[in-house]
Structures are given as structure tokens and as C-alpha cells.
Design a protein around this ligand. Sequence first.
Ligand code: NDP
Length: 391
Amino acid sequence: MSKVLIIGAGAAGSVVAKKCAKNRDIFSEIHVASRTLSKCTALQSECSTPITISQVDADETAQVEQLIRRVDPEIVINMALPYQDLSIMDACLITGVHYLDTANYEPKDEAKFCYQWQWDYQDRFKEKGLLAVLGSGFDPGVTNIFCAYAQKHYFDSIETIDIVDCNDGDHGHPFATNFNPEINIREVTQRGKYWEKGEWIETAPLSVTETFDFPEVGPRKAYLMHHEELESLAKHIKGLQRIRFWMTFSDSYLNHLNVLQSIGMTSIEPIDYNGQEIVPLQFLKAVLPNPASLGKTTTGKTSIGCIIRGQKDGKERSIFIYNSCDHATCYEEVQSQAVSYTTGVPAMIGAMMVLTGKWQGTGVFNMEEFDPDPFMEALSAHGLPWHVKEL
Ligand code: NDP
């Protein structure tokens, strides 16, 4: 029986709150705080059991500290944006509370995500006897757990990993992103990157493609991208020789993105507009559909997994571990599309692992450093069944 504080009442945060509210044996008290109180109020009325709410600006450590002291949770689930990771981690350290998030820190003024900023908190969390769980969404998150599970049960050594992410959903809009538009566009427009034999190799944005046969979806063209779990898995999967990340995009998405980019609408450099400073990408976010509103109209499936090759008992082995998730089924359950669902459910499960003592430790941890078995069991029990295919 534990109290949880969720910060961020957006598309994915709403799923976390609704899933926690369905599991009161573990989450006995749930408090949601976010920048815009009306979003918390709306979420409160949609949860199946009572939750409490408040307003917070999580950029301000002092506000988060006060909030934590008032709510007195055992863990903070950070479902705000990557920009708030460090201020929330600082508040957890001051107040002595465990921390969990789904995306690594990124400064607002530079489109560059990387784990080092949060790995630098290792000693401080250790000294305080606290646990920080990084990246407990789907990718990163479940994909890291898939790799740890493969290493534990299927391989003596893993040589290559290809993480393949397909959202084959159709939301009915000419252009929309399936999670926070600002974060999504910053991620997609940066240079591609993969890791091979200890080196990072960079590629021009979306310039390398390959077709993969996605389970329950079919063959789709995917684009090589940099993604945050590459950094931690390259460090933690012993003997790994290469790791890459691939994501599918529809032609319509890419055409719109090309135009927006070429006219400067995806820039994060502030410009002067009628005497007011605005950031073009933030303005673009304001006019695009809110990802939380896409659930009702989205049909089709996501299919995300890891193609893993290595050695077992002296023989070569290749497997594909994946989950496929149906947008409409997610909407029926929690009024969200599958991208928010596949992010929110693992965040809830990560918190569950900590609160039930199945995952223990002090310091800052990536998901693959924990025992994957109880997490894999919980995935199937809470709406994200997974499959292993020998290739
Ligand atoms: P949304 O924009 O829908 O939600 C973000 C929420 O955080 C909003 O409610 C927003 O408030 C709130 N917020 C923003 N800034 C602050 C602040 N300073 N103080 C308090 N609250 C704040 O985004 P998503 O739900 O799509 O994404 C949430 C997180 O999940 C992101 O970090 C994203 O990168 C991550 N993610 C991870 C994935 C994974 O698989 N690992 C996949 C998809 C997303 P307001 O309503 O006022 O804007």
C-alpha cells in the first residue's frame, strides 16, 4: 500500500494515472500535479477510482519540493517533459523520495538528449539510499527489458540488436505527432546515429532506410535514428558489437515535416514576432493536434520490438521479441491511443516494481540493469502481452 505522485497530466501521464487507479492494492493513494490545473481536473473525473490533484511548475525545484512534502509520496513518476527531469530529481533528493521517468534529460535550448546529465546523479542518489529508474516507457523502457530478458534466457552472448518501432496507426489528420510534438520533432530531425564496436557512427537525418516485416502489421520501410536507449544498452549489454534503432514514418508525415523544416517552423532558435520573442517549434506545437486528443480517431496498430542476434550453446541464434498494440482497444480501456498507452503502462509497472520491492537498489539505474522477469510478467498482466519469435 503506497502513495504515488505523478507529475504531468498529458497524453502519457493520463494513462499512468488511470492504470494506477485500477491497481489500488499497490497504489493506495494517487496524486497528479501538472502545469495546467484544468487538465488535472479533467483527468480526475475520468479515473475509475478517486485521485487528488494540484498545480505545479516542475521547472522550479522549490515548487516540486513543497509539493512532495505536502503529498508525502514514496515515489515520483515524472510524466512531464524531458526538460523537467533534473529539477524533479533534485526535489526527490532534497525530500528523500524515489524517482522514475520515461525520457532522458534534454536542455530546452539545445536539441540534444543524453543520459550523462542523469548518470551524474549516481552518487547523490546512492548516498541518500534512493532509487532513480530512468526510461520506463516503451522505447526506452520495454525495449531495454526485452534485451535484458533475451540476455538472461535466450543467449550466452548478444552480438547485434536492432530496435524496430512501427506505429501503423491512422489518426485521420494530415499531420500530427503521436507524443508531445515539440519533443517528437526535435528527436526526428536530428542526425541519425548508431553504435558499432565501441564507436558512434553518425548519418544524415532519415537518410538510411530498411524494410522490416512488422508482426501484425506487415512489411514497412523504417528509418535509422538516434534513440536514447542505444546509449545505455551499448554500455550494459556485455559483448555487444552493434546496436541500431529504426522507426517507420508515413510518406505524408515526412512530406509535411520536410516542408515545415525547410520554412524554419521546426527551429528552436527564438525569433522576434511583433515585439514578442517566440520559438517557431513551440508555436508549431500550439497549432498541431494535441496527442492526447488523437485517441478517439486513431485506428490500426503499433508493433515495436527488438531483433536480437547472438550465440547460444555454440550456435548462432536470432530472435524477435515484440509487442503489438491496437489503438482502438487502448481507447476503449483508457480513452488514449496506443503510443500513450505503451508509454504509460510501463511507467506504472516500473513504479510497481519499486513499490513492491521487486526492484531494489540505490543510485541511478537504466531498465536493463534490473531483473526483467517480474516486469515481463506484469506487462502481460496489465495490457501489453509480448511474444518471442525464433528467426
Ligand atoms: P504531453 O505534452 O501530452 O504531456 C506533458 C505534460 O507535462 C503536460 O500535461 C504538460 O502540461 C506537463 N508539463 C510540461 N511542462 C511542465 C512543467 N514545467 N511543470 C509541470 N508540468 C509540466 O506529452 P506526452 O504525454 O506525450 O509525453 C510525456 C513524456 O513521455 C515526455 O517526456 C515524452 O518524451 C515521454 N515519452 C516517452 C516515450 C517512451 O516510450 N519512453 C514515448 C512517448 C513519450 P501542460 O498541459 O500545461 O502543457
